[in-house]
Design a protein around this ligand. Structure first.
Ligand SMILES: [Zn+2]
Ligand SMILES: [Zn+2]
Ligand SMILES: [Zn+2]
Length: 192
């Protein structure tokens, strides 16, 4: 049998781990991963032609939604994306946005992340990444993929578990909050 190579599933041509929705490992055979493997996210037109090839329909809400996702790479909730689409097409309902986000996720073009207690945020799968979120001030920091490498390797090797580092942010304390806590340590200690 071929080596399972649990340490580097994304780098392998055909990872042995089970398929999982919304986890855009670069080698996965989805529209999003194909985009990621070539010239990055490309363009709205590139995604739309991939959608057509995958049997997806190209509607005005879907085009506007993709334009919003391409124009601004920040994480946004479905409600925020709906507001942007509705600025151009007020007749588009929030439920339509949700339905389109679902299908774009199913096709591997879009993923969502939970960055804290608020609603899920959406972005292009080709730009997916993990996060740290500060429980003190709410700041989110993009976590380098190297942070998850050892965790992913041992989780798979020892438990057969495939870690998804993108879906949820890792909670903790940011450097600024730690520095503040260190400076006012006596005060914090006195209050508790
Ligand atoms: Zn903080
Ligand atoms: Zn991010
Ligand atoms: Zn989720």
């Amino acid at each position: 049998m071929a080596r399972p190579s649990p340490a580097e599933p994304p780098a392998e041509d055909a990872p042995a781990a089970p398929a999982q929705r919304g986890w855009p490992a670069p080698s996965r055979a989805s529209a999003g991963s194909r985009l990621g493997a070539t010239a990055g996210p490309g363009s709205v037109e590139e995604v739309l032609s991939l959608l057509r090839a995958s049997g997806g329909r190209v509607t005005l809400p879907r085009r506007l939604l993709l334009e919003a996702l391409f124009d601004d790479r920040r994480h946004r909730s479905a409600e925020e994306l709906a507001a942007e689409v509705q600025a151009t097409a007020p007749e588009v309902h929030l439920s339509t946005i949700y339905r389109n986000l679902e299908e774009l996720q199913r096709l591997g073009v879009v993923v969502h992340s939970h960055l804290g207690h608020g609603p899920a945020t959406y972005h292009l799968a080709a730009a997916a990444h993990g996060h740290f979120v500060c429980e003190g001030c709410g700041a989110t920091v993009e976590a380098p993929s190297s942070v998850f490498r050892e965790l992913s390797a041992s989780a798979f090797a020892e438990h057969g578990f495939e870690v998804n580092p993108i879906h949820f942010a890792i909670p903790g304390r940011c450097a600024a909050c730690l520095a503040g806590r260190a400076a006012g340590g006596a005060e914090v200690a006195a209050q508790h």
